[in-house]
Design a protein around this ligand. Sequence first.
Ligand SMILES: [Zn+2]
Length: 173
Amino acid sequence: MPVVLARATHGRARTGSVPAVRCPSCGGLEDKVVDSRSSDDGTSIRRRRQCEHCAARFTTFERIEESLPMVVKRDGRREPFDRRKVDEGVRSACKGRPVDEEQISALLASVEDRLQVHGGEVESAQVGALALEELRKLDGVAAVRFASVYKSFSDPEDFEREIQLLAESDDDA
Ligand SMILES: [Zn+2]
């Protein structure tokens, strides 16, 4: 199994969704992330990728120090982004729903990528909103559950607005 060591560039300098990594089999630059998890100490992300050209799978390890923003909590305290919190929230919302492991991993990778592009500091509610936006694309019921359980949406107005958005998207269907 080929392993590629990639270094995630600093968020502010980045424009794409994921850092470009050359496929070790064919040299192609397009791939999709099929699995993504952080190391126990939270300083790196291991990503399983699949080449869009030759379908070869390979693994990258990306350092995430400096690249993810600090999260500003409601009480004003700051803490490093904790992927596990989002992961747990998304997983509990998806329980029993037709959302698979690959989709959850891709969702988390997407949220992290957007946070890296953001850089600096984000409010905890923004992190929740990003995850919710991605979850809404996967499953409406899971999105409502997530909105109701995620701490950042403990404000009833936020929750009502979310229900409203879901109702509007149902009308379109
Ligand atoms: Zn390839």
